[in-house]
Write a protein that binds this ligand. Structure first.
Ligand code: DPP
Ligand code: ZN
Length: 874
């Protein structure tokens, strides 16, 4: 497999003006006729016309009206080259493909009884020969022809020009997209679908048609997606001044889909998971996922489609920015400061759970990678979530208004263009007359920076000094790192728990100051500080770094009790818990008795019972760092010890706070009709986390409580939480599992939950997973289903996945290989479960290496999986 480097970028030799596509849709053989008008690109010295094509059959190729013989072009390695082509070229290309056999779900494929496409990143080349790169933007016209009975709905990007019957049982629809777009934003759908639709008035008064298309029988699950779409349109107008540029905007849900969703111009195609919801089938988390993803794809219309990426190394230009936008959207939809903080806490947790490990492992890469073998492997938490943190830091450094000025300038300069991350940074710098040169390192250097802070109080001079030092661990291909430009938001708490007014260099800064750390070491002197304060550092998680400060228990308890910054208040609780979890894990390894101190329990009790605090925030404070996050803190990882330590601590908390947990459980019922709003969801979240604490181990009272909740639940959130608590405790939940399956066997997304709950339960070993795979509802072909069981087990059940005999690693290898034959993208995701193998206890490492080598030696093996396992082994 070939490595592609960012530094090797060259402009396209030909640009495309217009594309006319004709499709004769047939699952066994679809004929694609393409008429492409190209023109030589004056920015390129080459006159070689280069087209990409993969897994398609070339039937005919004509240039400027003349048939080309096979000796007039070269096809090598999925690239068709016409050497020395004229300045103006009209290509007429006929190809065929087999959608029903396309299990990769990239390009044109069938799902259920319909046709769907996925073209990002490089799927369009699986449909026709084309310069399939994002810096080639063109206008598209699309003619779809298909059997009318089987495929009554024919959709593509933009506006419907005409439709009608062909007389032979088939019908047609002609679509035109008025905007230039790169090929990765092309889409078509031909299927038996129904839609919820609505006319919606934009702020400007213009009316647009909104549609959510689903399979028959799912129309009762489209309301929330439609509502979220309307909210997204309104929010983009109000917060950024960005209007929907089309007269028609469609969302289509499909159950076979590699990713969450896709922002194709005017025709977003979604994984059903992020569209379908009603109270009976969807949880609060599902509802908030739908809001976020509908928003995300809609926001791409400006950040991704109107302004797109020059090349795939720039992916974070659109993804980091659009994740930031969807995060802000979700936060604004809740509207309260504490609700906003809870969304921020969730983001921090995701970073620690997934991005920090990625940044510290064999697949570590900068937000703007320098190289890749397979671009599909770089749709990562680094590009997405760390990329969003990078965008957020501009806003922290420039302020909300300054950031908005930068956004306005970005669109003013680059609308209709394919640009780079540097162009975004330049717009931010120029609009604010700020030097953001050093900030570039967030794009070019991989790894999670560590900021070590020490404090010193000088009572005589009433000065409090904070000294900040930064470093960044080596990552593959990057040994030495230069200092980053890091915004560190800081507050100082007095002994009464109140924020001190801050003065730096004679300047009053309110109660939170954003320190700009740019050197390896810097000292900041706060003046007028009479008594030693407790510093609250990295407020609102102002940068994606690891913060080290030698906090005492007393200081953390003070912050956990008083910090006015809710994120750092939560963080203090997490630090208190982490210290205890790490010493408990060590005690397990040393065969010492386990104990949890009363001080910690008392602090947790205070938060749990504080009715001034939102339920959602209390829930966050109760959740202990995950086993994965704990593992990242250990030199040598012992998954069973971590599991035992965490379970012991949960059990100790559940026992010590039993009365309070029962009280909270009762106080947070949400009677009446279900509503997914943040207050109600927060109550359910707190109630269900209380239930989980009461049921760490099976006990009559809690089993009864969970059983009753399961039976009486009027919504999926409460039903699934009750069942999950039962299964995870190891109680006999056979009856409930059967009932749940019987009730929901027609709802694929709920069946996914049924598998996922079992896959992640600590009593589910690899033998049990193999048994579950024999269930008639299990299939590897559907990514959601494969993820529900296999990924839950391999990623969310560490104590079983890391079984001492290595049997689960064997299972992993076997299924990475099996999945690879069907769908390399999904297989490569599963392959990532082994990223951190070198950190495990030596006895486990032997088994892990063996499993990795088994996958690496398999033939055939996709570039996707090969890249992941070879990086792990190198
Ligand atoms: N571009 C898609 C998204 O992140 C993923 N393929 O929305
Ligand atoms: Zn995206």
């Amino acid at each position: 497999p070939k490595t592609i480097y960012r530094k090797d970028y060259t402009p396209p030799s030909y640009l495309v003006e217009t594309v006319e596509l004709g499709f004769d849709l047939d699952p066994a053989c679809t004929i694609v006729a393409s008429r492409v008008q190209l023109r030589h690109n004056p920015d390129s010295k080459s006159r070689d016309l280069v087209l990409h094509g993969e897994a398609i059959e070339l039937v005919a190729l004509r240039m400027n009206g003349r048939e080309l013989n096979p000796d007039q072009y070269i096809i090598d390695n999925n690239i068709l080259t016409i050497r020395n082509a004229p300045v103006n070229v009209l290509l007429e290309i006929e190809t065929t493909c087999v959608p029903m056999e396309n299990t990769t779900l990239s390009g044109l494929y069938t799902s259920g009884s319909g046709f769907y496409t996925q073209c990002e990143a490089e799927g369009f080349r699986r449909i026709t020969y084309f310069p399939d790169r994002p810096d080639v933007m063109a206008r598209y016209t699309v003619m779809l022809r298909a059997d009318k009975q089987q495929y009554p709905v024919l959709l593509s990007n933009g506006n419907l020009l005409e439709e009608g019957d062909l007389g032979d049982g088939r019908h047609y629809a002609k679509w035109e997209d008025p905007f230039k777009k790169p090929s990765y934003l092309f889409a078509l759908v031909a299927a038996r679908l129904v839609c919820q639709e609505e006319k919606y008035k934009l702020k400007s008064g213009r009316e647009v048609l909104l549609q959510v298309w689903v399979e028959e029988g799912n129309l009762d699950k489209t309301d929330y997606a439609m509502q979220s779409l309307k909210n997204s349109i309104r929010w983009d107008e109000e917060r950024w001044g960005l209007e929907l540029d089309l007269d028609r905007f469609m969302i289509v849900a499909v159950s076979d889909f590699n990713m969450g969703a896709m922002e194709n111009k005017g025709l977003n195609i979604f994984n059903t998971k992020f569209v379908l919801a009603n109270p009976r089938t969807a949880t609060d988390i599902d509802y908030s996922g739908i809001e976020a993803v509908v928003g995300h794809e809609y926001f791409h219309n400006w950040t991704g489609n109107r302004v797109t990426c020059r090349d795939w190394f720039q992916l974070s230009l659109k993804e980091g920015l659009t994740v930031f936008r969807d995060q802000e959207f979700s936060a604004d939809m809740i509207g309260t400061d504490s609700g906003r903080a809870v969304t921020r806490i969730d983001q921090v947790r995701t970073l620690r759970q997934a991005q920090f490990p990625e940044d510290a492992g064999p697949m570590a890469h900068p937000v703007r990678p320098d190289s890749f073998v397979e671009i599909n492997n770089f749709y990562t938490v680094t590009v997405y979530e760390k990329g969003a943190e990078v965008v957020r830091m501009y806003q922290t450094l420039l302020g909300r208004e300054g950031f908005r000025k930068g956004m306005d300038l970005y669109f003013e300069r680059h609308d209709g263009q394919a640009v780079q991350c540097d162009d975004f940074r330049a717009a931010m710098a120029d609009a604010n007359e700020r030097d953001l040169k050093q900030f570039e390192r967030w794009y070019s250097q991989a790894g999670t920076p560590v900021v070590s802070v020490s404090g010193h109080h000088d009572g005589a001079r009433q000065v409090y000094e904070l000294t900040l030092r930064q470093s960044c661990p080596a990552t593959p291909g990057q040994r030495d790192k230069k200092p980053f430009h890091i915004p560190v938001a800081v507050g100082l708490l007095g002994s009464d728990g109140k924020d001190l007014p801050l003065t730096l260099g004679g300047k009053a800064l309110g109660t939170t100051a954003v320190l700009e750390l740019t050197a390896a070491e810097q000292t900041f002197r706060f003046e007028g500080v009479a008594h030693a304060p407790v510093p609250s550092i990295l407020r609102d998680f102002s940068a994606p770094v690891v913060l080290e400060y030698p906090y005492s228990d007393e200081e953390l308890l003070h912050l956990f009790r008083y910090d006015s910054d809710p994120v750092n208040r939560w963080e203090a609780g997490q630090r208190l818990a982490m210290q205890r979890l790490l010493s408990l894990a060590q005690a397990v390894l040393d065969n010492k008795p386990l104990q949890l101190d009363d001080t910690y329990v008392a602090a947790l009790r205070a938060v749990l019972t504080d009715k001034e605090l939102d339920a959602a925030f209390r829930e966050q404070c109760l959740i202990l760092p995950s086993e994965t996050i704990i593992a990242e803190q250990m030199e040598v990882v012992h998954p069973q010890a971590i599991h035992s330590a965490r379970q012991f601590m949960r059990h100790a908390i559940g026992t010590a706070l039993r009365a309070e947990l029962l009280q909270v459980y009762g106080d947070n019922a949400t009677p009446g009709p279900y509503s997914p709003d943040a207050i109600s969801a927060g109550k359910r979240g707190l109630k269900n986390v209380a239930l989980a604490y009461l049921l760490v181990q099976p006990n009559t009272e809690a089993v009864k409580l969970a059983g009753e909740q399961f039976a009486a639940a009027s919504n999926m959130t409460d039903r699934a939480a009750a069942l999950s608590s039962l299964i995870h405790s190891g109680a006999d939940a056979g009856k409930q599992l059967d009932a749940f399956y019987t009730d929901f066997k027609g709802e694929a997304l709920v069946v996914d939950k049924w598998f996922a709950m079992q896959g992640s339960a600590p009593h589910t070993n690899v033998a049990k997973v193999r048994e579950l795979m024999k269930h008639p509802a299990f299939t590897l072909k559907n990514p959601n289903r494969a993820r529900s069981l296999l990924f839950s087990f391999c990623n969310n059940n560490p104590s079983q996945f890391h079984a001492a005999d290595g049997s689960a690693y064997e299972f992993w290898a076997e299924h990475v290989i099996k999945l690879d034959a069907l769908n390399p993208q999904v297989a490569a995701r599963l392959a990532r479960s082994m990223d951190r193998w070198r950190r495990y206890a030596p006895a486990l490492q032997i088994h892990m290496r063996h499993a990795l080598e088994k996958v690496a030696a398999a033939t055939p093996l996709s570039n996707d999986v090969m890249e992941v396992v070879s990086k792990a082994l190198s």
